[in-house]
Design a binder for this molecule. Structure first.
Ligand code: ZN
Length: 131
């Protein structure tokens, strides 16, 4: 596949966005504390490929630890739609917030596991099956 434009939104629809992404190039699952608790499944794109369409006034901004990522979530329904690096360079978009992807396509997407719990972004954790 190639880069395509996808739409996506939170559960209630207050927050909607577009993202230009090549999903078949790979998705991310991470074992860090917040990715584990939110069961995050992400695609990382340069920020110019992400466009917030609605809901800027509904998004909360959560940061923790070194605060390198602004974790954004809808204050109406609580769904975490994306995160932004604080340097503004990249956006990590929730794959499951994208519209219209068939289960078969989701199941076939390549997944790269990263050991965010130990700041090892180039290596998979020892155990991945629960992520
Ligand atoms: Zn919402």
């Amino acid at each position: 596949m190639s880069v395509q434009t996808y739409t996506g939104c939170c559960h209630c629809g207050a927050v909607a966005f577009e993202v230009d992404a090549d999903l078949e190039a790979g998705t991310l699952r991470c074992n860090c504390s917040i990715c584990t608790k939110t069961r995050a499944w992400l695609i990382l794109v340069p920020s110019e490929r992400f466009r917030l369409l609605t809901g800027a006034d509904r998004l909360a901004d959560y940061r923790f630890g070194a605060a390198r990522i602004r974790h954004r979530f809808c204050t109406v329904c609580g769904v975490k739609t994306h995160g932004e690096t604080v340097d503004g360079s990249h956006v990590a978009v929730s794959v499951v917030c994208l519209d219209g992807l068939a289960p078969e396509r989701l199941a076939a997407l390549p997944v790269r596991y990263v050991d965010g719990a130990h700041d090892r972004w180039d290596a998979a954790p020892a155990v991945t099956a629960y992520l």
